[in-house]
Design a protein around this ligand. Structure first.
Ligand code: GLU
Length: 546
């Protein structure tokens, strides 16, 4: 076979060589050990949690004086949606992930572009042509039906699937046959001519897993599709080489095709990047673990966390907890430190199915929010409400001091309250404070009859004095409880319930329902002081007379 003739036949318009691109994209001038890494999402409009998970690469890059960039893998035009690049950038920005270079909303920055793969067609074809010249790639004119027949034959013969050996029908065809097909205008793909032997195991360095051994690739996989656009495999190798990526951080599902990637790097004589295959995000479904699915699990979409209003730092803390076996301990020792202060290491990343658990996220987030000053919580809630609850945002702005005081109830001290882990829940939780949204959700405690209800609330209103300290106030509540024959000590009531109409728990629950509409609420004295005397009395009277 005359390889030069074939290369000209297939790529007559390609005049550049690999050397031209080597010169155009020189090795980066960075300090020793600097990490250059990226995320490389497809512009499908769906930004998933895994994108943020792998954007952890930003930390590695910036910890080492390296570069973190954004590449858009838009080789599948059918799946592309408008605004997808904006969506990725916006989502990453929201979590404080910043790119040093790469695609931007209206273009790109950096010297290693273009950063959108469809704009790099000439580069891929130049590399493809060089492979044809070396006898390492050839066109294949098989139709989908041909490939289906091949697959069926392999199934029947219980042989490995794929285009190889006797099934690789275009591998050694004379150039005349190829010319004839091209003249007919038959569609073709470019395949790699593999000399791999399935008996060989190839060692590959994985930054997270250590050395992994993969079976050598023996199939003639596709480099360029019929539209001349590369497959992921070929684009990944060309781009990560010419963009001078040192670390490829990607989901472990790519381990399956890793043999193809290392084979290409080796054949092209390019240094392999350090692969870092991150554990796939899993969840419990009943008693078994399964992959998070785009169709079934709304929490796979990064937008889910923003809409529900999980604070960004809580999400980062959660991800680091799932990702890195050192983080939890570090966080315990530095509970108030920003997670950015944590030194991230690849070796400590988990290697198998990271179990994702919304409840755990909520707990981390509750803990995080309980330690923030009220002003921060106010600002976080307001920022969320501006987008997701306009009515709340306008109430909060009209009554900023009132809302801040409400948020401050139960804050501080050794055991701050943990009532909410996200802004959606915070909005619900805080709704009883504002007279505009106050509703009674709970009914009267069971032990309180209509007569007792009237009696207790009348006496409470009579003795209520906003000048009292919390202790004085509580002493009066105890007195009232005792005066009406209720047990002041719940323990005593539990022991002999027949001796009392109820206990102080019933009495204070009644007061809570009157003032907050709920039996479970923070400290009543504090709440009353946030509401003010007039509103507190109004609610007590209204409930007494209801
Ligand atoms: N486009 C690929 C994906 O979204 C990128 C994988 C990689 O990081 O190399 O899965």
């Amino acid at each position: 076979m005359d390889h030069a003739a074939l290369a000209e036949l297939l790529f007559s318009d390609i005049t550049k060589t690999i050397a031209d691109y080597e010169a155009k994209y020189p090795p980066r001038d960075l300090p020793e050990g600097a990490v250059v890494t990226r995320i490389a999402p497809s512009p499908t409009g769906f930004v998933h949690l895994g994108n943020l998970y792998n954007a952890i690469g930003e930390r590695l890059a910036h910890q080492t004086g390296g570069v973190f960039y954004l590449r858009i893998e838009d080789t599948d035009q059918k799946r592309e949606v408008e605004g997808a690049v904006e969506a990725v950038i916006d989502a990453m920005n929201f979590y404080g992930v910043h790119f040093d270079e790469g695609a931007t909303v209206d273009g790109e920055t950096g010297a290693y572009g273009p950063y959108r793969q469809r704009q790099r067609k000439e580069l891929y074809q130049t590399v493809a042509k060089s492979l044809v010249l070396r006898g390492l790639a050839y066109p294949c004119f098989c139709t989908e039906d041909d490939l289906k027949a091949m697959h069926d034959a392999q199934e029947a013969a219980k042989e490995n699937y794929g285009y190889y050996g006797k099934y690789a029908v275009w591998r050694d065809r004379p150039i005349e046959d190829i010319k004839a097909e091209l003249e007919k205008g038959t569609e073709w793909v470019l395949r790699f001519r593999s000399e791999g032997d399935p008996a060989n195991m190839v060692p590959v360095k994985d930054g997270i897993r250590g050395e992994v051994k993969v079976q050598e690739n023996y199939t003639d996989f596709v480099l360029l599709k019929s539209d001349g656009i590369p497959t992921y495999h070929f684009a990944h190798v060309c781009d990560d080489h010419f963009m001078r990526t040192t670390h490829v951080i990607r989901d472990e599902s790519w381990l399956a095709t890793l043999p193809i990637h290392v084979q290409l790097f080796d054949i092209l004589g390019w240094e392999r990047p350090v692969y870092c295959h991150t554990a796939t995000l899993m969840k419990m479904d009943g008693t078994s673990k399964r992959k998070l699915s785009k169709r079934k699990d709304p929490e796979l979409a990064l937008s889910y966390y923003r809409e529900a209003g999980f604070p960004q730092e809580a999400v980062m803390q959660y991800l680091l907890t799932v990702l890195n076996s050192n983080f939890e301990e570090w966080h315990m020792a530095n509970p108030d430190a920003d997670s950015r202060a944590f030194t991230f290491s690849l070796e400590k990343m988990s290697t198998s199915g990271a179990l994702f658990d919304l409840e755990k996220l909520d707990n981390i987030s509750k803990e995080y929010l309980s330690r923030r000053p009220a002003e921060d919580v106010y600002n976080g809630l307001l920022a969320w409400a501006e987008t997701y609850d306009a009515a709340l945002a306008s109430r909060m702005k009209a009554k900023a001091d009132f809302y801040t005081a409400a948020i401050n109830v139960g804050r501080g001290g050794d055991k701050p309250r943990k009532d909410y882990g996200n802004w959606k829940d915070a909005a619900k939780f805080l709704s009883f404070y504002d007279p505009e949204t106050f509703v009674r959700e709970d009914g009267c405690p069971e032990n309180i009859t209509a007569d007792y209800k009237r009696e207790i609330l009348t006496r409470y209103l009579d003795t209520l004095d906003f000048a009292d300290t919390q202790e004085e106030w509580f002493a009066k509540v105890r007195q009232l409880t005792d005066d009406l024959g209720f047990a002041v000590q719940p323990k005593k009531y539990k022991k002999n319930p027949e001796l009392y109409p109820g206990s102080i728990v019933d009495v204070t629950n009644l007061m809570r329902v009157a003032v907050t509409g709920r039996q479970n609420a923070p400290d009543l004295w504090e709440i009353s002081h946030v509401l003010g005397e007039e509103e507190t009395r109004r609610r007590l009277t209204e409930y007494r007379d209801a």
